[in-house]
Design a protein around this ligand. Structure first.
Ligand SMILES: C[S@@+](CC[C@H](N)C(=O)[O-])C[C@H]1O[C@@H](n2cnc3c(N)ncnc32)[C@H](O)[C@@H]1O
Length: 390
């Protein structure tokens, strides 16, 4: 048995440990609800993250099943460091052989909000040296760095002098669901789309319409949600390479999640004016295994009307910064008019990075939420389209 296998990590031996799950700005409460449903305890809401207690099973489940998680971290050390040498020393004091074998590769992601550590890359370099030097002193060899596909991804977060070191159990961010290979311009982040759908309170049974679907993200996330498909079912996770990886437990969790998949009764609609976008959305949906659950059409929203019955319209119309659109404000005004006269009984949720254009919808929002699509600040407005809405 290899040394790294013998040294089954502390994580496996400890029944419960802290887990920090990162999310997008504004999604903390949604994530907290998801984590509670997955069995997390001691939930603490942080800025763009939730801290909770849980077991290895919970760690695997969050990665596979959470729709609003971006990455799942397991903290292993917290300390104060007033300069780079102290950072190096403290990182070197951690027994890295617990987590990493000398033949394995590692990578460090560092974020710093600190006047002392104002270059995150330099802080990462110091941590990398500390880890490599510890192995060199003990074994005469150093593990290699692999930033693309490391065996162990280490997360370093520094706020002022406070350093948090954590193991990243996700690897690639969890919004990379692996179904969206075809991208139209200005696609919405998958986690952002899923969180918005959760925010709408859509029950998975009434109609769901994205009349400007682009690459199809909203409709695909809605279909995955309504059919209980795990968002992470097509991808791998960093914890699968950890020395304490429990393949049996992982197979059991996956099998249970897959057995839960059902066929929804709701009608999910994805339309777009651009035929190329519709074709991409179709391909992406097929890759996500939900192609048959979505009705696609190449249609101008301004010539459509709602399905009979109630439901939710979610749309992300073009906006100035990333998509050129002449007469954007007039266009937004036409969207509002179309919603008012042809989508009665529906709730419409519109997300846009063009805060000025949103005002031209001409209906009174019953809710306004600030969100970010990448670095773009957006607003999500809810319009309740009852008869005679203003
Ligand atoms: C910002 S993109 C939507 C991106 C999408 N949410 C995604 O995740 O890929 C806006 C989309 O609106 C579509 N669009 C613009 N005008 C439209 C109209 N009148 N009717 C329907 N779709 C329209 C564009 O073709 C474009 O695909």
């Amino acid at each position: 048995m290899r040394a790294q296998d013998e040294a089954l990590t502390l994580l496996q031996k400890m029944k419960k440990y802290d887990i920090i799950t990162k999310t997008l700005f504004g999604f903390e409460e949604l994530l907290a609800t998801e984590l509670r449903e997955l069995g997390a305890t001691n939930i603490e809401v942080l800025n763009r993250a939730i801290k909770c207690s849980g077991s290895q099973e919970l760690l695997y489940k969050i990665n596979l099943l959470s729709r609003t998680a971006l990455r799942v971290l397991v903290p292993i050390a917290t300390f104060a460091a007033s300069n780079e040498d102290k950072l190096y020393k403290k990182v070197r004091d951690i027994d890295w052989s617990t987590y990493l074998g000398v033949d394995q590769t590692f990578a460090i992601d560092a974020t710093t909000h600190s006047e002392i550590f104002n270059h995150s890359k330099y802080a990462a370099l110091k941590c990398k040296d500390a880890i490599a030097d510890q192995f060199r002193d003990k074994t005469g060899r150093r593990p290699s760095v692999n930033t693309e596909d490391p065996d162990l991804r280490i997360n370093v977060h520094i706020a002022d002098k406070l350093v948090n070191i954590a193991l990243d159990s996700s690897g690639e961010h969890l919004d990379r669901r692996s179904y969206r290979l075809s991208r139209t311009e200005a696609p919405i982040n998958e986690v952002l789309a899923a969180g918005i759908i959760l925010m709408t309170g859509w029950d998975g049974k009434s109609h769901f319409i994205d009349p400007m679907c682009g690459s199809g993200t909203f409709a695909i996330e809605a279909a995955m949600m309504a059919s209980h498909r795990p968002p992470g079912m097509f991808r791998h996770f960093a914890f699968e390479k950890w020395s304490d990886f429990d393949a049996r437990l992982w197979r059991k969790i996956r099998a249970e999640a897959e057995a839960n998949i059902c066929t929804p009764t709701s009608k999910i609609v994805a339309n777009d004016l651009d035929a190329h976008a519709v074709s991409m959305a179709r391909q992406n949906a097929a890759r996500a295994g939900v192609g048959k659950l979505i009705t696609f059409a190449n249609q101008d929203f301004l010539a459509t009307h709602s399905e009979a019955g109630a439901g939710v319209v979610v749309m992300n119309p073009p906006y100035g910064e990333r998509l050129q659109h002449d007469g954007l404000t007039a266009f937004y005004n036409e969207i509002g008019t179309r919603l008012k006269h042809f989508y009665e009984g529906f709730d419409a949720w519109i997300i846009s990075a063009d805060l000025r254009a949103l005002k031209f919808i001409g209906l009174r929002p019953s809710r306004k939420v600030a969100l970010f699509n990448g670095s773009l600040e957006c607003r999500l407005h809810k319009f309740e389209l009852y008869s005679g809405s203003k």
